[in-house]
Design a protein around this ligand. Structure first.
Ligand code: SF4
Ligand code: SF4
Length: 437
């Protein structure tokens, strides 16, 4: 009977971790639906890029206030894992503050640091919430953020507040039990923030204090496990995916497009019909992309990693001038379609049954695609190096090469190139006519 809480804790932990890893496996499966692309080269440069951009948050600096607030929440998230480790060991072994015995006075400083951090996280979360709900920053409000995305963004802030208060209340009641020399509640020194919450629990009997301390402990760890499993459904999956996303980011200069050899071949065939072309290059079944299966796995990982911060749309010239395009929406729609495919696979034992839908038209319209100026500002601005432009270009490729459905202006330019070898409607034989004049 004495071990019942330990068994229950272990059960809760195993179930939560099982669901978490099952969902993570699903994310991996869904990302693997994308085409293969080799980004295993240059591992040193990739590692440096990941440390600089994801770990060091180097691209957040363009907005210093948001960067500092985000850093506080981020450091809080990293450090809280140390505290979490202790909670898990306590829960399994039926101990209380297991690290205190090993770390001595260092433990006091550690707990003090966590408390100060928890306080700073509360301030940061309050400012984030105010920015979103009172100041109503424009980039948080666009058609793609209506409904779940806004609910999700607020949800996580409320989650953080509840978790931080539970942590501080747990320490406040613990401190009172330490002062009363109750067995198990070892003296652990200073509690710089939670001591201000002590008055809330001063009148409680020892039994009630123990009850509340335990309740806060259980709610805190349960909240963390719920948070862990909520990640899959949330834009906060970026907490995990920002790291691989920046590791596998495109290290080429922004703006340099991949030259698709098969397309180069086709163009050469049109322009120089007599020239011999390489026979080693396989012409694909389809040029460009209409659905997630035609994108590569990095593009799909990008979709799962998007933080929905809207920095890309905020600098997008098409978006700023009232066009239908929003690079954030491109990423969100790609993820939505990916999730739809994922449900289809789950329902059909891992086989995809044609649902007569696709990313193009059902989610992303040609109007959005052709509004893009291919300026690369969205790629440049993204704090975790997501590339919405590559998806736009792949879908345009399909419209152009498979459907000849480019806008009329582009079609006439391409016809001119095909017929005259130049974008203008004049034969290249007449190129020097102006000299005679
Ligand atoms: S590349 Fe396209 S989507 Fe990105 S910012 Fe420029 S216009 Fe907008
Ligand atoms: S693509 Fe990047 S900049 Fe745009 S919303 Fe997603 S994370 Fe933010």
């Amino acid at each position: 009977m004495a071990y019942l809480p330990n068994f229950f804790f272990l059960f809760l932990l195993i179930v939560s971790l099982y669901i978490f890893f099952r969902n993570l496996k699903k994310v991996k499966r869904n990302i693997s639906l994308g085409k293969d692309v080799n980004r295993n080269n240059n591992s040193n440069a990739r590692l440096k890029n990941m440390l600089r951009v994801a770990f060091g948050q180097s691209k957040m600096g363009s907005r210093p206030v948001a960067a500092i607030l985000h850093l506080i929440v981020y450091v809080g998230f990293i450090l809280i894992n140390i505290e979490l480790l202790e909670i898990i060991l306590d829960g399994i072994l039926g101990r209380h503050r297991i690290f205190a015995a090993f770390l001595g006075v260092f433990y006091d400083y550690l707990i003090s640091t966590f408390e100060i951090l928890a306080f700073l996280v509360l301030i940061a979360v309050f400012l984030f919430w105010t920015r979103r709900n009172i100041v109503r920053l424009k980039r948080f409000f666009s058609p793609e953020t209506v409904g779940w995305p806004t609910f999700d963004a607020n949800n996580i802030l409320y989650f953080e507040v509840v978790l931080m208060f539970l942590f501080l209340f747990m320490n406040a009641t613990d401190m009172l039990l330490q002062e009363a020399n109750v067995d198990l509640y070892v003296k652990t020194g200073i509690f710089p923030v939670s001591q201000f919450f002590k008055p809330l629990f001063l009148d409680l009997s020892i039994d009630n204090l123990i009850f509340f301390e335990r309740a806060f402990w259980w709610l805190h760890i349960t909240g963390i496990l719920i948070f862990l499993n909520y990640l899959y459904y949330s834009k906060h999956l970026h907490i995990l995916l920002a790291f691989p996303n920046t590791y596998y980011a495109n290290l080429e200069s922004n703006g340099k497009f991949d030259v698709d050899s098969s397309i180069k071949n086709e163009v050469q065939l049109i322009l120089y019909p007599d020239k011999e072309i390489s026979s080693e290059i396989n012409t694909p079944d389809k040029f460009g992309a209409t659905d997630i299966f035609d994108l590569n796995w990095i593009q799909l990982m990008n979709a799962y990693s998007c933080t929905e911060c809207g920095r890309c749309s905020n600098v997008c010239p098409a978006n700023l001038t009232g066009k239908k395009l929003s690079p954030r929406a491109i990423m969100m729609k790609t993820r939505d379609r990916l999730e739809e495919v994922s449900k289809n696979l789950d329902k059909n034992n891992g086989s995809f049954i044609n649902d007569n839908k696709q990313l193009l038209n059902d989610y992303i319209s040609p109007e959005e695609l052709w509004a893009c100026t291919s300026c690369n500002a969205c790629v440049e601005e993204c704090p975790i190096e997501i590339d919405p432009l590559s998806i736009i270009m792949d879908m345009r490729k399909y419209l152009t090469l498979e459907k000849s459905a480019a806008p009329a202006e582009l079609n006439s330019m391409m016809n001119n190139i095909e017929n005259n070898g130049a974008p203008w409607p004049f034969s290249n034989q007449d190129r020097l006519e102006w000299v005679k004049e």
